[in-house]
Design a protein around this ligand. Structure first.
Ligand code: MN
Length: 254
């Protein structure tokens, strides 16, 4: 049995090639795929499970088709789509996971997370995170009028782009101390996350850390087969369509 993990597709109406590549990726998953883990930021923005936008509806339908075919579907919130809730889970057939989830994949314990909680050097972001991930704040956000939420999503995106432009590379990456501390806390030798958009297979003295890539010119996923080491795989995304074109090439390069 095989497990696949993806993150950071940042699906948006502005980049239809990525959405096409994602649908082709799902269509190609036949045979021995047991589970698909989406480790956050599937969407560039998520304003609520009641979003009637065609992209939201199409993605939910595609995920539903996959889960109906018997593939177990799991979703971790990213910083972009932290408002995904129970209605999305019900409609897509996904199970929502906590921020840090301990799984057993391919015969070993692995800690799964989006990765933003590892970026403890970015104090401003962690402050924003604490504020907006509070259950009461999420409740209030979800109950704002749709129009208001659509406007807020645009504003947040612009604010985040401006803020990140002024941050050093170091601050935007994970904290090595936080990684070590969390892996010790969960007693795992393997951690898988996304968020930083720095796909890589890190080998440390105390274990391994696999980082998923964001989907732009290339798509990225991790494949874990029973009793095999996890593989970080990327494939080209064709700008002009080529729906169904899908040629994976194993790589460990960022
Ligand atoms: Mn993220």
């Amino acid at each position: 049995m095989t497990t696949l993990l993806i993150s950071d597709l940042h699906l948006s109406p502005e980049r239809p090639a990525v959405t096409r590549a994602f649908f082709a990726f799902l269509e190609n998953q036949t045979g021995d795929i047991e589970a698909l883990y989406i480790l956050g930021d599937l969407f560039e923005a998520w304003i609520g499970d009641d979003d009637p936008a065609p992209l939201a509806r199409q993605v939910i339908a595609a995920l539903k088709k996959l889960s109906d075919s018997g593939v177990r579907l799991f979703f971790t919130h990213g910083n972009r789509d932290f408002l995904i809730g129970r209605q999305f889970a019900r409609e897509s057939g996904a199970t929502l996971l906590p921020d840090h989830h301990l799984a057993e994949l391919g015969g070993q314990r692995v800690l799964l997370l989006h990765g933003d909680t590892l970026c403890t050097g970015d104090a401003d972001y962690q402050k924003f995170r604490r504020r907006y991930r509070h259950p009461l704040v999420k409740f209030l956000l979800r109950h704002l009028p749709l129009k208001k939420r659509q406007k807020m999503a645009v504003e947040w995106r612009q604010k985040s782009m401006r803020a990140n432009a002024n941050k050093s590379d170091n601050i935007m990456d994970v904290s090595a101390e936080t990684v070590a501390q969390l892996m010790a806390q969960y007693q795992v030798k393997l951690m898988i996350h996304g968020h930083t958009h720095r796909p890589y297979h890190h080998y440390m003295a105390f274990g391994e850390r696999l980082v998923l890539g964001d989907w732009h010119q290339r798509g990225w996923y991790i494949r874990i087969k029973e009793d095999h080491s996890p593989e970080l795989i990327s494939f080209p995304i064709e700008e002009n369509g080529n729906r169904g074109l899908f040629s994976p090439e194993p790589t460990n390069q960022p």
